[in-house]
Write a protein that binds this ligand. Structure first.
Ligand SMILES: [Zn+2]
Length: 272
């Protein structure tokens, strides 16, 4: 599932391929993904040039020279491929952008939880962007800020970290990992987490995301060849998906529970 580091990897790959390229044509399916494709999407962006791709949380933004911006969210299973010839579209290929110089950007999304929007006007007024809290790697996401939001919350820390209006960019994998690294149980209520723990948590979140981006960055070349596929790199997972494996710190077996329909993995001894 694409989280902040995976989306950043996609953004970097797109930056190399699409910057200053003109949009020649767009195909998209009629069914839409999580939401329908933007109204008259093709007519509105054809002939425009893509500027430097950016990222906010799990959103990739392709600014155009017209001040419009294409907003891309990869949902649960979205993948972007950059190709040098027109592909034959499969069942799960939902959008194909044809750029000048025979460059094709293909969006594939089997589970169709991703979506595409077109921003006209101010980005921060966009209905998706305006709901986002500070981006996990930004200077606005600090231990003090995080503590001010969790200290009165009855909700568990797992759901707080997944809430994009509190911090943008984290998903189930990195939340499981960072709670393990910080020694906090996913069941712990927000109000029971100290300021000191909040500082540690924020520090560990940033370090984990940066190291994952770095790892993605080192394999980025492979993503573009031979078929242009942008894969997701394997991070070294400590607890995610490790049910009944031994905790590598204490040797206890890793437990698995469901929280809000998402699986949590944790060590009952190292995390409290
Ligand atoms: Zn342990």
């Amino acid at each position: 599932m694409p989280e902040l580091p995976e989306v950043e990897t996609v953004r970097k790959a797109l930056e190399k391929a699409v910057i200053n390229k003109k949009i020649i044509d767009i195909y998209h399916g009629n069914k839409g993904l999580r939401f329908p494709f933007p109204y008259q999407f093709k007519q509105r962006v054809i002939g425009k040039t893509i500027l430097k791709p950016r990222r906010i949380g799990k959103y990739c933004i392709l600014p155009l020279n017209s001040k419009q911006k294409i907003l891309l969210h990869l949902g649960m299973s979205g993948k972007v491929r950059i190709l040098d010839k027109k592909p034959k579209l499969g069942n799960h290929d939902h959008m194909l952008i044809n750029l000048e110089d025979e460059i094709y950007i293909l969006l594939t999304d089997p589970r169709r939880f991703g979506f595409v929007d077109l921003i006209e006007g101010k980005e921060r007024n966009n209905k998706f962007i305006k709901k986002l809290g500070p981006e996990a790697l930004s200077s606005g996401f600090t231990g003090k800020y995080f503590y001010s939001l969790v200290k009165n919350k009855e909700r568990n820390i797992k759901s707080i970290l997944l809430d994009q209006s509190i911090v943008a960019g984290l998903g189930n994998i990195y939340v499981n990992e960072v709670l393990f690294i910080t020694g906090i149980s996913p069941k712990r209520k927000g109000k029971n987490i100290s300021l000191r723990k909040c500082f540690n948590l924020v520090k560990n979140i940033k370090a984990l995301l940066l190291s994952a981006i770095k790892e993605g960055g080192t394999t980025i070349k492979d993503h573009l060849q031979p078929d242009g596929k942008l894969g997701y790199f394997k991070i070294k997972l400590r607890v995610y998906g490790k049910t009944k494996s031994k905790c590598f710190i204490c040797g206890f077996l890793i437990k698995e529970i469901k929280q809000l329909g998402r699986t949590s993995f944790y060590c009952g001894k190292c995390q409290s």
